[in-house]
Design a protein around this ligand. Structure first.
Ligand SMILES: Nc1ncnc2c1ncn2[C@@H]1O[C@H](COP(=O)(O)OP(=O)(O)O)[C@@H](O)[C@H]1O
Ligand SMILES: O=P(O)(O)O[C@H]1O[C@H](CO)[C@@H](O[C@H]2O[C@H](CO)[C@@H](O)[C@H](O)[C@H]2O)[C@H](O)[C@H]1O
Length: 468
C-alpha cells in the first residue's frame, strides 16, 4: 500500500503498510463501501495527512486510499474507487469507542496500538471542525468556509449512526458535517447545488457553512460539507411510516413536499442553465436508461423477465420525441426520496443530500434533466413506504397501503403544480419512463445493499412493466 503515495507524513509508510491488512478487511464491511460483491485484492494509498502525531496519546490520519477490485463482469476495467478515511491510533480503545474498532497493529513502528474509525471520537471530530472554523490548510487539505456564517468553537460532536452512503457528525445540534466516502474528481453537486440555492435565497435547503476540498493531479475533489443542523427534525420516511402504522393518511404532508420540491426546482432553474430537449438531446437520455436496464438485468437475474415490458416505457418516450415533442431540462436533486426531506418542528420541509445517485458518474449527475426525475423519485418513495408495512399476520392481502400511496402521489403532484404551475401528471409518458428508470436503479441498489428489500422495487417493476 505504498507505491502510489503522493503525500506522506510521519510516521510514514511504516505505519501505512501495517494498516493495509486491517483496512482490507474492514473497508468492504462498511455500509458506504460502494464495491460490494467483489473482493478487494489490494489498496494503494493516494494521500496521507497527519492531523495529530501518533507519538502522542491519540494519532490522527486523514487518508485517501484506492481499492483494487476485479472489474464488474462484462464491464471495462476501470481504476479502483478512492475512499476517504479518518483513522485514529490509540494505545487502547475506551469501551465507548468499541464500535469504531478497525484492528490492532501487529507490526511496524506502532505495533501493539489500536486503530479505529476516528469520526466516532469527539476529539478527532473536533479537529475537523476547528480546521473548518480557522480555514486551515494542512498539506493538500483545504478547509474553507462562508465567512458570513459563524462557527462557535467547542460544539460537542457526535457521529450519526444511521445507515448512510457517506458519514456525518453533528456538532452541538448546530451543524452537521458530511464526510464524503467515495470521492470523485470534479465539481460535487452536494456542495454546488446548495451553494447555488443559497445565492438564490432559497430557504428550503440548508446553506453550506464550510467545506473541505483537495486537489489531486490538478483535479478538484470535494471531501466534506458542513451545514446548519435542522434541530428536532424528522425525516419524511420516518414520518410516513409513523402515519402508516397509525392508519393515518399523509396526503397533507405529501402536498407540502410537492410544494417544497417545486420551490427548489424553481430556484435551481433561476440559478443554473435550463435547456430544451429535442430529439437529439433526448436520445442519449433514453439510451442511458435502456443501458441501465440492460446492465441491471445482467446483474440481477430476477429482473430479466420484466425487461421487455420495462423497455416499452423508454420506447414510448423516444416515440413522443420522434413526433416532435420537446421537454425542458434543468439541474435537479437527482436522488430525491422521503429520507432526503426533513420536517422541522414548525412544519417546514427542507431538502438535503444533493449528491445525486452515488453510483452514477459525476458528469451524468450534473447534467440538466427533466424535473420529472425528482418527482418520479418521490412517487417511488411513497410506494416504498406503503410496501414497507408488514402484511397482517396470517393474511396474504396487501396492506391497506396502496390507496395510501396513491393519495400521497396525487397530493404531491397537486402541491407541485400549485407552485410550479405544471402538474407532473399531464406528462404520463415522461413520468413512467423516469419511474421505471428509478425502479430499475432501486432493484440494483437493494440487490447490492439490502437484499431483504428487493421485493419492494420488484413489485413496482411488475406494475410498470405491465402498464405499457
Ligand atoms: N441539515 C441537516 N439537519 C438535520 N439532519 C440532517 C441534515 N443533513 C443531514 N441530516 C441527517 O443525516 C442523514 C444523512 O445525510 P445525507 O446527506 O442523506 O447523507 P448520505 O449522503 O450519506 O446519505 C440524513 O438522513 C438526516 O437524518
Ligand atoms: O443513501 P442515499 O440517501 O443517498 O440513497 C440511497 O439509499 C436509499 C435507502 O436508504 C435508497 O432509497 C430507497 O429506499 C428508501 C427507503 O429506505 C425509499 O424511500 C426510496 O424511495 C428508495 O429509492 C436510494 O435509492 C439510494 O440511492
Amino acid at each position: 500500500m505504498s507505491e502510489a503515495v503522493t503525500r506522506t507524513a510521519p510516521p510514514g509508510p511504516g505505519l501505512l503498510a501495517s494498516l493495509d491488512p486491517l483496512l482490507r478487511d474492514w473497508l468492504p464491511r462498511q455500509r458506504w463501501f460502494a464495491g460490494k460483491g467483489r473482493p478487494v485484492t489490494g489498496l494503494s494509498l493516494v494521500t496521507a495527512t497527519e492531523l495529530l502525531p501518533a507519538s502522542g496519546p491519540l494519532g490522527l490520519y486523514h487518508l485517501l486510499t484506492r481499492t483494487h477490485q476485479p472489474p464488474v463482469p462484462g464491464a471495462p476495467s476501470v481504476p479502483g474507487d478512492c475512499y476517504q478515511l479518518l483513522i485514529g491510533v490509540r494505545e487502547a480503545l475506551p469501551p465507548r469507542l468499541a464500535p469504531a474498532l478497525i484492528g490492532h497493529l501487529t507490526e511496524g513502528p506502532l505495533a501493539g496500538r489500536t486503530v479505529y474509525e476516528a469520526l466516532y471520537d469527539p476529539q478527532p471530530a473536533d479537529v475537523l471542525l476547528e480546521a473548518l472554523r480557522s480555514r486551515a490548510r494542512i498539506d493538500g487539505l483545504c478547509f474553507e468556509r462562508d465567512t458570513g456564517q459563524r462557527i462557535r468553537p467547542g460544539l460537542v460532536p457526535r457521529m450519526v449512526t444511521a445507515e448512510q452512503s457517506n458519514s456525518s457528525v453533528v456538532y452541538g445540534d448546530t451543524f452537521i458535517l458530511k464526510l464524503l466516502r467515495r470521492i470523485v474528481p470534479g465539481i460535487n453537486p452536494d456542495l454546488e447545488l446548495p451553494l447555488a440555492l443559497a445565492r438564490e435565497g432559497c430557504a428550503r435547503v440548508p446553506a453550506p457553512t464550510a467545506w473541505m476540498r483537495t486537489e489531486l493531479s490538478g483535479r478538484p475533489y470535494v471531501l466534506g460539507v458542513l451545514q446548519p443542523f435542522v434541530q428536532g427534525a424528522s425525516d419524511g420516511w420516518e414520518l410516513a411510516l409513523r402515519e402508516l402504522a397509525k392508519g393515518e393518511d399523509f396526503a397533507a404532508e405529501a402536498r407540502a413536499l410537492g410544494r417544497a420540491t417545486a420551490e427548489v426546482h424553481t430556484a435551481l432553474a433561476r440559478a443554473l442553465p435550463v435547456v430544451s430537449l429535442g430529439q437529439a438531446q433526448l436520445r442519449p437520455l433514453v439510451d442511458a436508461m435502456t443501458e441501465r436496464l440492460e446492465a441491471a438485468a445482467r446483474a440481477v437475474p430476477v429482473l430479466r423477465p420484466h425487461a421487455p415490458g420495462l423497455r416499452t416505457a423508454f420506447e414510448a418516450l423516444a416515440g413522443l420525441s420522434a413526433e416532435g415533442h420537446t421537454w425542458t431540462a434543468q439541474r435537479v436533486h437527482g436522488d430525491l426520496h422521503l429520507g432526503q426531506c426533513l420536517r422541522s418542528p414548525d412544519g417546514q420541509w427542507s431538502l438535503i443530500d444533493f449528491e445525486g445517485e452515488p453510483s452514477k458518474p459525476l458528469a451524468e449527475r450534473r447534467m440538466p434533466q427533466p424535473p420529472a426525475r425528482d418527482i418520479a423519485g418521490m412517487l417511488r418513495s411513497f410506494d416504498y413506504a406503503a410496501h414497507s408495512v408488514p402484511p397482517v399476520p396470517g393474511t396474504t392481502v396487501a396492506p391497506p397501503a396502496s390507496g395510501w400511496a396513491d393519495a400521497c402521489r396525487a397530493a404531491y403532484c397537486t402541491g407541485y403544480a400549485e407552485v410550479n404551475g405544471l402538474d407532473p401528471r399531464t406528462d404520463p409518458v415522461l413520468l413512467r419512463a423516469f419511474e421505471t428508470d428509478k425502479a430499475v436503479y432501486e432493484v440494483v441498489y437493494e440487490a447490492r445493499h439490502r437484499p431483504d428489500w428487493l421485493p419492494v422495487p420488484l413489485a413496482a417493476v411488475r406494475r410498470l412493466a405491465a402498464s405499457s
